[in-house]
Design a protein around this ligand. Structure first.
Ligand code: SAH
Length: 216
């Protein structure tokens, strides 16, 4: 049984201070980062010490757990209010999913890799986070549960999938890294009564968003 002891908690406090220095201003987001035990999302205990360093890390299936700064930045851009319905594309190991739960959202999350989906579902249940996880293709969104107040994409999309815009409420917001392999621009799109309002928020690097689910 892995624990979350005073040493991990101390490392998290230091990570929160670092993210503040890097410009994360939302107290709610910082509190969530301070609370969720990121080391428990890294399977191999030998690599636990990397959990509170501000960098991405491999999690299997050729995927990565996003850098804490990136998770905090995207969470801040979402402007979440407790109780809002959020769709996440790219569950991965579930760390961002847990942060969204901690922020009080009702979370739906899609992962295309079946082994990751299964492992993360078990992990989040064991940790007591309640989210609806789906094995599927994020390009399609999740029409059965739409509309959503917010949509967050945690893989780099070549362009903005229309289905995700269609599944936003009026007044809803999409946060998505858009661009080619290795380098994307963080984009927010707000769906208003008159159309879509788009803003750019700097360069990031994500694993690519790939069409179609894998693993049956
Ligand atoms: N949110 C994760 C980031 C995982 S990396 C975290 O907190 O660390 C991005 C994930 O997106 C990968 O697991 C990848 O398999 C998944 N992905 C890529 N394309 C996808 C698609 N079309 N639908 C669903 N998931 C996708």
């Amino acid at each position: 049984m892995r624990t979350d002891d005073f040493r991990h908690q101390g490392l998290r406090r230091q990570l929160v201070e670092l993210l503040k220095k890097k410009g994360i201003a939302s107290d709610k987001v910082l509190a969530a980062i301070g609370k969720v035990p990121r080391h428990l999302f890294i399977d191999d205990t030998a690599f636990e010490r990397f959990a509170y360093v501000d960098q991405a890390f491999p999690i299997g299936c050729g995927q990565t757990i996003s850098q804490p700064y990136t998770v905090a930045f995207q969470s801040e851009l979402l402007q979440l209010k407790p109780g809002e319905k959020v769709l996440e594309i790219g569950t991965g190991c579930g760390y961002q999913t847990a942060i969204l739960c901690e922020l009080g959202a009702k979370v739906y999350s899609i992962e295309r890799h079946r082994p990751l989906y299964l492992a993360t579902k078990a992990r989040l249940v064991a940790m007591g986070f309640r989210a609806t996880l789906v094995h599927g293709d994020g390009y399609k969104g999740l029409p059965v549960h739409a509309p959503f107040n917010k949509v967050i994409v945690t893989c780099g999309a070549p362009e903005i999938p229309q289905a995700l815009l269609d599944q936003l409420v009026i007044g809803g917001r999409l946060v998505i890294p858009v661009g080619g392999e290795g380098r994307q621009s963080m984009i927010t799109v707000e769906r208003t009564a008159n159309g879509m309002e788009r803003q750019e928020h700097g360069a990031f690097s994500f694993v690519p968003m790939v069409e179609k689910k894998s693993g049956g």
